[in-house]
Design a protein around this ligand. Structure first.
Ligand code: AMP
Ligand code: MG
Length: 403
């Protein structure tokens, strides 16, 4: 076990122990948001599957309305009306005819353009066309969106609402995806009270359980379970053992420092987990522990909400990228310019909650200690202050990691 490790080395140790998920499951498209595709998806049909009108108006043969304008309208016989959902193949247009047509309706065979109804007299039996059209004006070609047998979605694509819409649009109800990571969250601390109950003296409400699980959800990997445990090594060892079954990752908060109730050390020992490191050389959340039990990685974060949050971002997101094979899970780093001074000395590498906008880095009003959560509101990045920095002056170039 390494005690006191640089962030980059901590990440190397974590990534060595994380294996990318290769198990494939078939799932409902509606449930597949956030999953990665485990198959190449080809279009089984043209889209649109037939030529259709993009306007409400009249389907015509362009050659029948050449030169038409307000003064000299073309007059056509209205052969009928075709709505979205009607069969276009069973209708055809003859010279001198128009079909009333609605948006999305198939063109009758032989029609090669649509005239917007605003450019007509809205005629029912005959219609006056006030505007000429070229062939294929106001005309959606069969397969113009995508062609049958074309590759629509490549294996590995992360499914969002857009891809789910595409899958539904080709008639798929189910899709093959890599299984979601199984992640469990355990908060610890005798002082914690779940929201919704009255707060007894000395107690505080639990922020971390919600913050970590909400973050996992935002990252597209909702936690399989979230539970709270009192400060008992024996009990926690048992809970961890249970939680490790089938889990890729367990994230705990609290109990990792050197106090008498910092029970993670003892609990991990009783469990028989292999401890890889304790204490990352950064603030906040220094006392993070990383251990492995069987094939389950256990990331034990500080109980201080900002310590937990910052280390979840810095240490867990790269792990998630490897686990899911989705590099999009990584934090993006950007260069910024300090908009104000930061006078606190940073003996150790320090990450400060901040707001990055238009290249400028500003701080929220209030305190930024690792136990303070109020000033997290509105923050969208962590400002990375190198170890040994005395202070930062407005105008200085800095590095931020986007949340
Ligand atoms: P610990 O890491 O257990 O020593 O906790 C460090 C600080 O964070 C203490 O002030 C705890 O009361 C607080 N804390 C621990 N867990 C949570 C939590 N889930 N929500 C809010 N504060 C917490
Ligand atoms: Mg504690």
């Amino acid at each position: 076990m390494i005690e006191g490790i640089m962030l980059e080395n901590a990440l190397e140790l974590i990534l060595e122990r994380v294996t990318g998920i290769t198990d494939i499951t078939e799932t409902e498209v509606s449930e597949a948001g956030g999953c990665r595709l485990a198959e190449d998806v080809y279009a089984p049909l043209d889209n649109p599957p037939f030529p259709r009108s993009p306007v409400d108006g009249y389907a015509v043969r362009a050659e029948d309305i050449g030169g038409a304008d307000r003064e000299r309208p073309a007059v056509l016989k209205v052969a009928g009306c075709v709505y979205a959902g009607d069969d276009g193949q069973s209708r055809s247009i003859k010279p001198g005819e128009a079909w009333r047509i609605m948006t999305g309706a198939p063109f009758p065979a032989g029609a090669d353009a649509a005239v917007k109804q605003e450019d007509t007299d809205y005629g029912e039996k005959t219609v006056k066309i006030y505007k000429s059209q070229r062939a294929y004006d106001n005309y959606c070609f069969q397969g113009e969106d995508y062609k049958k047998d074309s590759l629509l979605l490549a294996k590995g694509t992360r499914l969002t609402f857009a891809e789910q819409g595409i899958l539904s649009g080709i008639g798929r109800e189910k899709v093959k995806v890599f299984r979601r990571p199984v992640i469990r969250v355990i908060t610890t601390g005798d002082e914690l009270c779940p929201p919704g109950r009255p707060l007894a003296p000395g107690k505080i409400y639990d922020s971390n359980g919600m913050m970590v699980s909400a973050r996992l959800r935002e990252l597209g990997v909702p936690a399989k379970s979230v539970c709270h445990q009192p400060d008992s090594e024996e009990k926690l060892a048992g809970v961890l053992e249970e939680a490790a079954r089938g889990a890729d990752f367990i994230i705990t908060t609290g109990g990792v420092s050197v106090g008498k109730k910092d029970i993670l050390h003892g609990a991990l020992e009783k469990l028989g987990a292999e401890k890889l490191f304790w204490r990352v050389k950064l603030q906040p959340g220094t006392p993070t522990i990383f251990s492995v039990y069987g094939r389950t990685c256990i990331l034990s974060l500080s109980g201080n909400p900002f310590g937990a949050m910052a280390n979840l971002e810095l240490l867990f997101r790269p792990a998630l990228a490897k686990l899911t094979g989705d590099p999009g899970c990584q934090m993006e780093q950007r260069q910024g310019v300090m908009a104000a001074d930061f006078s606190k000395k940073s003996k150790m590498r320090r990450f400060v909650r901040a707001v990055y906008r238009d290249g400028k880095v500003t701080f929220p009003q209030g305190i930024y200690s690792s136990g303070a959560i109020g000033t997290l509101r509105g923050c969208n990045c962590l400002l990375d202050i190198p170890a040994g920095t005395q202070s930062l002056a407005a105008g200085e170039q800095v590095r931020v990691w986007m949340l």
